[in-house]
Write a protein of this length. Structure first.
Length: 118
């Protein structure tokens, strides 16, 4: 099953549509208010790179060098960087060890920790 969030598709694991909160709530670790831990973007058209001695920031820079790249996923253990386009689906399925994010971190950050007030 696939659920739509503003700006991205969210794939629900095991054919259950889960609420957006399940991706962005207590179980989702966020780095630098932009990058999601143990999440990835998947698509049929992903491009794979090896980033020797690099990190997720290097993978994001690779994404910035490609016109059609909108999202990336990086696995530190294998030094693997996957680049995905606008058709990518955001998921936690098979994402253990990954750090995923957008081509450019938005301002304000997508994973804003600010609580709306009166």
């Amino acid at each position: 099953a696939v659920a739509w969030l503003p700006g991205l598709l969210v794939e629900a694991q095991q054919a259950q549509v889960r609420s957006p909160a399940s991706f962005f709530a207590k179980n989702t670790k966020v780095l630098e208010n932009c990058y999601f831990v143990d999440r990835r973007y998947t698509t049929e058209h992903a491009v794979k790179f090896t980033v020797q001695g690099g990190d997720f920031h290097d993978c994001q820079r690779k994404c910035q060098n490609f016109t059609n790249c909108e999202y990336f996923g990086f696995w530190q253990e294998t030094q693997t960087c996957w680049l995905a386009g606008a058709d990518a689906v955001f998921t936690d399925y098979l994402a253990s060890g990954a750090v995923a994010g957008p081509k450019v971190c938005p301002n304000p950050p997508a994973a804003c920790a600010e609580v709306p007030g009166p």
